[in-house]
Design a protein around this ligand. Structure first.
Ligand SMILES: C[S@@+](CC[C@H](N)C(=O)[O-])C[C@H]1O[C@@H](n2cnc3c(N)ncnc32)[C@H](O)[C@@H]1O
Length: 309
């Protein structure tokens, strides 16, 4: 079944003014208010958590934060994994921990801050503050430094969810990352945006920044990504492989998959639906495609939605 949910361009693109989310937005990020609205419409107030196995720069982490829901994420790129973790869990306390240390103008500055942080708080606080430090270094490496005032102001306005989730750096199509992700067996929404185009630009952060992000995640035992490399299997196969792992961990969930055509215009919606049904025999119910409109040269954005049971 295909239904429509017309969006305008403003509700499609990530909002550069959105607190917390604005710290870093990837080219393929979603608008967090739209994600929130979709989750609220489809699941209602009973939603217990947001799970995003292709977490990227954390638009769904930021949406979960706005909804006061724990966020469980997987992301293969260590720098983006740190960005998502910071968006989901940073507080004013973490920003203050960093503020007492030398400013982060570049990756060298990040390395000294990461060396000093372990003396400044508990292991968990150090993990979150380190991820926030990675965000600051990423912004500095792009020539768009992010000020402590901006970060602290955002964090004062938007508190993190009362219940925390977990984020791991891993390949979401393999079991390793999922094993470490205590996703709720029931009541969560799996909202994700798998890689659209095969030639889509990857983050391409400086190698030393990626290595530091990996060290931060390894110290938090959240790094299963060392052996993982993004595979070029295409949207439908990647999505079905990820869902096979998700379905082994989750008994019931509402699943929302964002889809845009591939770089060559190939629309994989039907192919994805078929491969998902084949990967999860008997567990896909009320599947529908929600067409939201066209905002990029690739073609229309649609949401593949179903109940996993
Ligand atoms: C379309 S982007 C997600 C956009 C995201 N909503 C955001 O706010 O940035 C897809 C993400 O999936 C990640 N990815 C690709 N293959 C993956 C895999 N096998 N396992 C986990 N993450 C993967 C990419 O690194 C990329 O960040």
């Amino acid at each position: 079944m295909t239904v429509s949910l017309p969006l305008d361009a403003e509700r499609y693109h990530p909002d550069p003014r959105e607190p917390v989310d604005r710290w870093f937005q990837t080219a393929s990020a979603s608008n967090v208010r739209t994600t929130m609205a979709v989750v609220t419409d489809l699941v209602g107030p009973s939603c217990g958590a947001v799970v995003d196995p292709f977490a990227g720069g954390g638009s769904s982490a930021a949406a979960a934060r706005l909804m006061n829901l724990p966020f469980f994420g997987i992301e293969i790129d260590p720098v983006l994994a740190c960005v998502s973790l910071a968006k989901s869990r940073a507080t004013v306390r973490h920003a203050r921990m960093l503020r007492r240390l030398p400013p982060i103008h570049d990756v060298k500055g990040l390395l000294s801050v990461l060396a000093m942080l372990p003396a400044c708080g508990s292991a968990d606080e150090v993990t979150v503050a380190s991820c926030l430090a990675v965000v600051l270094a990423l912004r500095a490496s792009r020539g768009t430094p992010l000020g402590y005032e901006e970060v602290t102001g955002d964090l004062a306005r938007h508190r993190p969810p009362a219940a925390t989730g977990r984020l791991v750096c891993a390949d979401a199509t393999a079991p390793a990352g999922w094993r470490d992700l205590p996703v709720p067996k029931e009541g969560a929404v799996l909202y994700t945006s798998p890689q659209f185009g095969r030639r889509s630009p990857l983050l391409g952060a400086p190698p030393r920044l990626t290595a530091s992000a990996r060290d931060v995640l390894a110290a938090a035992e959240a790094d299963h990504g060392r052996e993982a490399a993004p595979r070029d299997s295409g949207f439908a196969a990647t999505t079905a492989a990820m869902l096979r792992q998700a379905a082994a961990m989750m008994r019931r969930a509402t699943v929302v998959i964002e889809h845009e055509p591939d770089d060559d215009g190939h629309d994989a919606t039907q192919e994805a639906l078929e491969q998902i049904a084949a990967a999860l025999p008997g567990r896909v119910h009320d599947a529908r495609v929600i067409v939201c409109g066209q905002f990029t040269w690739r073609g229309p954005l649609s949401l593949i939605v179903f109940d996993l049971r």
